[in-house]
Design a protein around this ligand. Structure first.
Ligand code: FES
Ligand code: FES
Length: 211
């Protein structure tokens, strides 16, 4: 067990460290990190299609797909929640599959087809899943909603393709869109407002129409 004296020093060091990290402006943080590690930034060119539009970008190799979409292409519908692959707010479709765009580097997607919430539908012509979320009030603050909708669209495609989940009883049959399947398959998309029951209603309505 630590003595009170050692504990006091540890706490002081912790406070100094915290103050220093707060004092470094956000714009200076990367260069500070680079100075510490000696790693220089390297840029690469990448071309991909986003919502049907061809895009050519020159990016720092460390740029995530999420930051490329939001900061470089100004498609801010895709949200940054945790930036650690834990909330699903950044879910987009890449070549038809849902991924957490905060966990993948943009330069890894040369030639990919990326679809964000802006590419699913328009205010005048909503995607069926967007319309169902509106109808069933599948949101409160709406922060998780773009990721929920992209994820739900891909999730129904996975079920239709017969891909089993951890809770599928029969690994060889096409799964039914049960509450258990939806909960399991959407478990990577967190809603801090707790709109889960309405999200579930929206998804099952769309699934029913597709059946
Ligand atoms: Fe990507 Fe949370 S921001 S999973
Ligand atoms: Fe607010 Fe889901 S609607 S986090």
């Amino acid at each position: 067990m630590q003595t009170p004296c050692i504990l006091a020093v540890t706490r002081r060091e912790l406070l100094i460290g915290t103050a220093l990290s707060v004092a470094i402006p956000a714009s200076a943080a990367p260069s500070a990190a680079i100075a510490q590690t000696g790693v220089k930034s390297m840029n690469s060119k990448v071309s991909f299609d986003v919502n049907g539009v061809s895009q050519q970008l020159e990016l720092d190799n460390r740029t995530t797909l999420l930051d490329a979409l939001r900061e470089h292409l100004h498609l801010t519908g895709t949200k940054k929640g945790c930036d650690h692959g834990q909330c699903g707010a950044c879910t987009v479709l890449v070549d038809g599959r849902r991924i957490n765009s905060c966990l993948t580097l943009a330069v890894m997607h040369e030639g990919s087809q990326v679809t964000t919430i802006e590419g699913l539908g328009t205010p005048d012509n909503l995607h069926a899943m967007q319309a169902a979320f509106v109808k069933h009030d599948g949101y409160q603050c709406g922060y998780c909603t773009p990721g929920q909708i992209c994820s739900a669209v891909a999730m129904l495609g996975e079920i239709k393709a017969g891909i089993p989940s951890h809770v599928s009883a029969d690994l060889t049959a096409t799964p039914d869109v049960t509450a258990e399947e939806v909960r399991e398959r959407m478990s990577g998309n967190i809603c801090r407002c707790g709109a889960y029951s309405n999200i579930h209603d929206a998804i099952t309505e769309v699934a029913g129409r597709q059946a």
